[in-house]
Each structure stands twice: as structure tokens, then as C-alpha cells.
Design a protein around this ligand. Sequence first.
Ligand code: FAD
Length: 402
Amino acid sequence: MTQRIVIAGAGFAGMWSALGAARVLDQAGRSADVEIALIAPKPELHVRPRLYEVDAGGMKAPLKEIFDAVGVRYIAGSVDAIRPDLHEVGIVAPDGSRSTLGYDRLVLATGSQLFRPEIPGLREHSFSVDQLDEAAALEAHIRGLADLPESAARNTVVVAGGGFTGLETATEMPARLREALGQDAKVRVIIVERNREIGPDLGPGPRPVIIQALTDLGVEWTLGAAVTAVDAGGITTDVGERIEALTVIWTAGMRASPLTAQIPAAKDRFGRLHVDRDLCVPGFDRIFATGDVAYAATDDEGNHASMSCQHAMNLGRSAGHNVAASLLGLPSLPYSQPKYVTCLDLGPWGAVYTEGWDRVVKLQGAEAKALKHQINTQWIYPPAANRDEALAAADPQRIVVA
Ligand SMILES: Cc1cc2nc3c(=O)[nH]c(=O)nc-3n(C[C@H](O)[C@H](O)[C@H](O)COP(=O)(O)OP(=O)(O)OC[C@H]3O[C@@H](n4cnc5c(N)ncnc54)[C@H](O)[C@@H]3O)c2cc1C
């Protein structure tokens, strides 16, 4: 091996970057000359879009066999330093030992995390569905509620944030609470949303469907109220409301991986690195950013990728292709993903599926739920650990949503 591509992160973007790069090396007959090394804490894909569901702790898929099949070297650890001048990253291994690894090209794919503002009690007393271990902790807590004496607070879940994740979480909660507390339990689920509309970023298109689903499921919501304090017994809002609840789930806001701060380049308000159409960071011709750490144009109309699995998978394939092409001196394939859809789960009520950036409703109820099920149980999972199949699936020009 004379050259090395380093990929940081094994999420949707990191996994597909590795496969995309391996595909280009394979096609060019250069697999023996260039090492692809992927660094992540675990060789598994955490299926974050499913973490609001029951059995969240099991929402992961193994990756080691796939990496072995396509010749990607997996390194267990976390990147804690990026040194663009030296072309190397610092790594902390699971046993705490440190090392450095040089790169000819780097793909940053370390994803995003829930943003928790400095609200008193938020860190100590709230749950989330953002990372696998956090969702598993919420699940254990919900199961443990049955051991506590009956009270309104025990039977109440507050979901802070009425955006995409808050809605998917809240609409699952009545059934999950009844499963834990008994079908006759008087459960209460309430969304607290700071904006004046439910689903503020989803726009007016799907809102009537969302309101219908919340109403039918008995989920309450309060608008124009921000959580100002959380304690062991509930929350307080800035309009002075107190809600007694033993379960508070924070869903409001995402931020790109803090590693982006180590690259002195332009970023958006979520900490995402601006990238060019090849997903290279301007001014750093050896560094590519992809998935939730990239602020990338999806088309020529001014739209940009959202922090979503939908975009992370295609961004990953494109970053993998382009990082390998740049190393080998081959033509790049500019990232382009003009079709945008959303499929919002609405618990046992169903789902709502929209198309376009103005989110025109195309399916709702059971029909949309069947599509959501297909997305969440098939489309977003890794390909089989078969070299030819995995490399074919990594083609950035493959149309996933037609
Ligand atoms: C509850 C929930 C519901 C969602 N629903 C949807 C949905 O319906 N549709 C949709 O499109 N999207 C959805 N999303 C968003 C989607 O999950 C993310 O946009 C997607 O996971 C981003 O992929 P990624 O590969 O960029 O990052 P991630 O999936 O966050 O992966 C990041 C990877 O980097 C690794 N990593 C992190 N830090 C380091 C480090 N320092 N060193 C090395 N490795 C590191 C992590 O371990 C992980 O392997 C949802 C998210 C949540 C939480």
C-alpha cells in the first residue's frame, strides 16, 4: 500500500463512503495500492432513525464482515484530533491508548448529536432518542415505571420539541406507556413546542394530517411555550406552566460533530462544514466532509442537504467516489440529489409521506406507514457482506428514491 484514505465514522455516510471509495479502487484495478482505513468506536451501523421505536437497543447492524468483503480496514477508536497541516488524525482506542494515523485523503463522517442548551436540570433529568445507549436508557426507564406507585407524574411523558423527532417519539408513547403500565392506565403524552405551530419546520402541507393523528392518539400539545427548567418531577415553561412528569424526552435541535471545529473553514449554524459539489472542504483539498457534518447543495435551485439519513446515504456514496477519484486523478462525480421526500411516522395511527421541499402530501395513514416500514426495515440497512453486491450498491448514480 502506498497511499491511504482515512474515513472517520461508521454511520450511514461513513459506511457508504468506504464502500464508494472501494468501488472506485476496484474499478480502476488499484485496490492493492490504496488502503481505506475506517475509524469508529464500533464496527456497527446504529440505525438512528429507529431509536424512537420499542427495542431501541437492538437497532444496529454489523459492518465488520462487509468491510472485510470489500477490503476496508476497520480501526476501533474515536478520532479526537485532526491536523490538516500534518495530514494526520489522532485516535483514542477503546482501552484509552492514543495513536496517530496519516492520510492522503480524509473523509469526515462523524455525524451529529442532539443539542442540549443550558437549561437547569436538562442534562440530569431528561432522556433522549438520539444515540443508541440513550434510547436504551429511556426504554429501561419506561419499563421501570411499572414498579413505581401510580400517580399522574408516573403516567405522563413530556416530549420537548414538536419537530420531526418529537412527533415520531410522541406518537409512539401512548402505546409504549400502556404496554408498560397496563392497557387501562390513564396515560398522558404532551408535546411542548416553543414555536406557534406544531411541526414548525415541516411546513403547512402535512400539518392537518399530523394534527389529526395526534388528536386520534390522544397526544396533547402546547405551543409558544419553551421549557425553562427540568427536575426529577417534571418541567416548567417560560409561560409559568408546570407539568408533573417522571419522563421528559428532549428532542429539540441537532449539532454537527464537534470535530468540525478542528477544521478552520466556513460552517453553517449547525456546525456543518461548507463543501463544494465534490464534497471537498474548500481550501483543504485532501479533506472531504459528508453526511450530517456537511453543508452540501443538493441541486442548482439553492436547496441544501438536511441532517437526514436520506441525504447521508447519498452524500456518503458521493464522498467515497470523489475522495478515491481525487487520489487516483480520475474525474469526479458532483453530488446531486434533486428529489426530496419525507416520511414521518405517526405511531399506530400511520404515517405521512410528502414530496418536494414544500412537502406536498402524497400518502397518509396505513399506506404511508407501509412505506415507512419498508424504509426503516430495508432501505436504510447495509447491503449483504458480498463484495460484488456491496460495491454495486455504492454507485453514487444509483437512484434510490425515483
Ligand atoms: C430519532 C431519530 C429519528 C430520525 N428519523 C429520520 C428519518 O425519518 N429520516 C431521515 O432521513 N433521517 C432521520 N434521522 C436522522 C438520521 O439518523 C441522521 O441524519 C443520520 O444518522 C446521519 O448519518 P451520519 O452517517 O452523517 O451520522 P451518524 O449516523 O450520526 O453516524 C456517525 C458515526 O460517526 C461515529 N463517530 C462519532 N464521533 C466520532 C469520532 N470522534 N471518531 C470516530 N467516529 C465517530 C459514530 O459512532 C457513528 O458511527 C433521525 C434521527 C434520529 C435521532
